[in-house]
Design a protein around this ligand. Structure first.
Ligand code: NAP
Length: 283
């Protein structure tokens, strides 16, 4: 196994397969279309959007960017979303989160059509995953972590994996995917006591807490594997993960970089989900 678990190779591997799926669809005169809904002008959303559009172009998929004023009201946003649900030209819908306060995310996630829900927002899709059914549309970031681990042949069965973070975007759904791989999973959060003691017993530590360089070498046992999902800016405006990469590097067996790590794979998983959604829609 490589010491640096680069996401680039994994992303390329997924995209090669996605391209084949898209080519099959194109032969049937179907060009999948992804609708991206962005509210406001958050710089991280715009950066992610650019990466998605580039990736779409690479595999021959069309991206429709729907932008809305930051103060769009709930009624109008839901109207837009419902129109996209009904639009037969659109195969996948992705909404950038977090949404501004006036938009009720808990309500909106129930509106998005489950068969177009390529980031697994709708509870209907999430429930399937929590029941152990991984055949449907799976959340992109947790899936990206799994794809990366499988690509590098990281054995999960019987391994103790500590996940830091219990959000519905990363930590919770990821724990379900890892349980399905027969790992023993501990989910840690901001109220967890003796966090260091838990993580230093784990074979694999996955950090998704949004705290710059939080995980130091004393959190880890020698030879553990570290997957850093965090994407943060430090006080000097420098991009960094939730793990202090330089501090832990000599102690671990393998680690993901922040640039070209899990995030790179996430975009490819999104395309994979889009192709799968389009295939299902045509039957
Ligand atoms: P989130 O919704 O803010 O959740 C953060 C989680 O971390 C919460 O469960 C919180 O615990 C926990 N936490 C916070 N401080 C902690 C501490 N000191 N010790 C232990 N747990 C702590 O964040 P998110 O959306 O899951 O994102 C997490 C990170 O992943 C962010 O850096 C984000 O940018 C990144 N991310 C990356 C990708 C990608 O594709 N690479 C995708 C999505 C997110 P409580 O529940 O107790 O509050």
């Amino acid at each position: 196994m490589d010491k640096i678990l680069s996401g680039k190779a994994v992303a390329q591997h997924i995209r090669t397969n996605v391209k084949k799926n898209i080519e099959n669809l194109l032969q049937k005169q179907i060009k999948p279309v992804l609708a991206i809904l962005r509210v406001g002008m958050r710089s991280d959303d715009i950066a992610y959007e650019r990466a998605i559009v580039r990736a779409c172009e690479e595999v021959g998929v069309k991206a429709e960017i729907m932008t809305y004023e930051a103060d769009i009201c709930m009624v109008n946003f839901v109207k837009e979303l419902k129109a996209l649900n009904e639009n037969k030209e659109i195969n996948g819908i992705m909404i950038f989160r977090p949404l501004p306060k006036q938009l009720n995310e808990d309500y909106i996630k129930n509106i998005i059509a489950p068969n177009k829900d390529i980031d697994c927002m709708n509870p209907e899709n999430m429930v399937k995953l929590f029941e152990g059914d991984t055949r449907g549309l799976l959340p992109c970031t947790p899936s990206a972590v799994l794809e990366l681990m499988k690509y590098y042949n990281i054995s999960m069965e019987g391994k103790h994996i500590a996940i830091l973070g219990r959000s519905m975007v990363v930590g919770k759904p990821l724990s379900m995917l890892l349980l399905k791989e027969n790992a023993t999973v501990t989910i840690c959060h901001s109220k967890t006591k003796d966090l260091e003691e838990i993580t230093s017993r784990a074979d694999i530590v996955i950090a998704a807490i949004g705290k710059p360089r939080f995980v130091k070498q004393e959190f880890l046992k020698h030879g553990s594997i570290v997957i850093d999902v965090g994407i943060n800016m430090d006080e000097e405006g420098k991009l960094c993960g939730d793990v202090d990469y330089d501090d832990v590097f000599d102690k671990v067996a393998a680690i993901t970089p922040v640039l070209g790590g899990v995030g790179t794979v996430t975009t490819s998983v999104l395309l994979k989900n889009l192709a799968a959604a389009a295939e299902k829609q045509i039957g």
